[in-house]
Write a protein of this length. Structure first.
Length: 107
């Protein structure tokens, strides 16, 4: 398989930035991976912040079970910020794929 196709598949399907590392472009690959990890941690923070009232109620013993409706109602306040985090991830993913498509690969 062509190195460029392998790098493209790594960045598009496994982890953005991994294809750059595969091609030997360590600086840009490392930067992309760090940014992706920061976005994922931010997304986890948004999710836990939205679910914290339900988690606190479960720990306090107020709720026996949590329904999907309660989860969705709890996450309604953070949907705008969650969409922004998702958009940021999509932009970094797109940049990673386009960067590999534009890269010159030595054989």
């Amino acid at each position: 398989m062509n190195r460029k196709i392998s790098a493209l598949l790594l960045s598009a399907l496994v982890l953005p930035g991994l294809g750059q590392l595969y091609l030997g472009r360590k600086t840009i690959g490392g930067i992309i991976i760090v940014i992706v990890n920061l976005i994922l941690v931010l997304g986890l923070f948004v999710l836990l912040r939205g679910l914290s009232p339900l988690i606190a109620a479960q720990i306090a013993g107020g709720a026996i079970s949590i329904t999907p409706t309660e989860v969705m109602k709890s996450l309604d306040d953070s949907t705008g910020f969650g969409k922004a985090v998702l958009a940021a991830f999509f932009l970094v993913w797109t940049f990673s794929v386009v960067d590999i498509l534009r890269a010159k690969v030595e054989r």
